[in-house]
Design a protein around this ligand. Sequence first.
Ligand SMILES: *[C@@H]1O[C@H](CO)[C@@H](O)[C@H](O)[C@H]1NC(C)=O
Ligand SMILES: *[C@@H]1O[C@H](CO)[C@@H](O)[C@H](O)[C@H]1NC(C)=O
Length: 199
Amino acid sequence: MVSAKIHCAVAVVAVLFLGALLPASHASTARYIAPAPSPASYVAPAPSPAHTTPAAPRPSRIQPVFVVQGVIYCKSCKLSGYNPYMDASPLPNATAQLVCYGDKVMNMTSTPSDKNGYFMVMVYKLDAFRRSKCRVYLGSSPTPLCSAPSIPSNRWLGLTLEKERVAASSLPKGVRGVYRPKSGALMFGPGSSGKCPSA
Ligand SMILES: *[C@@H]1O[C@H](CO)[C@@H](O)[C@H](O)[C@H]1NC(C)=O
Ligand SMILES: *[C@@H]1O[C@H](CO)[C@@H](O)[C@H](O)[C@H]1NC(C)=O
């Protein structure tokens, strides 16, 4: 639990960086990955030279990570960024859960979605991540007016992942792979009242 929180905190920091790099276009399923990473953001500060303890192995400066990313929409509601082809709008401040099954279950909360609905999860426990054993679930919605599960159709149904085709050379340093839900977007919808949040 604690480590999940740490990861989440790291992810929040990282999203400030990656979020700028990987804007979800409002056409949603388009590429989330932009080239030209700035590797500097991943580099830890130089170790203090004053330290005299002998030769501990240098910690690796760049932590390897898998990135799972996607977008969360509010279906049938005309909010900022409304996409008429999808009949849905990006939903900011929503979350998704990434759950990977194995000997232990790893359950991580994504970053809150940004104004484009974009969220991400950074998985540093590389051995807990197996694409075929991981699922993305709807997490929290910022508003009860758009919190009814739509894609997937209930909270206990997880979406399978696919690997994004991104040239390794265009990934930020340390990123071992980028994955997204096969269905593209996740969606909440207004409940039975049909009432949308105000735009
Ligand atoms: C997200 O929620 C926080 C606090 O709940 C709020 O301050 C912030 O404005 C919200 N952001 C967006 C993009 O809705
Ligand atoms: C994952 O964690 C979330 C938030 O704590 C919880 O709602 C959800 O039921 C958990 N999912 C699984 C499969 O454990």
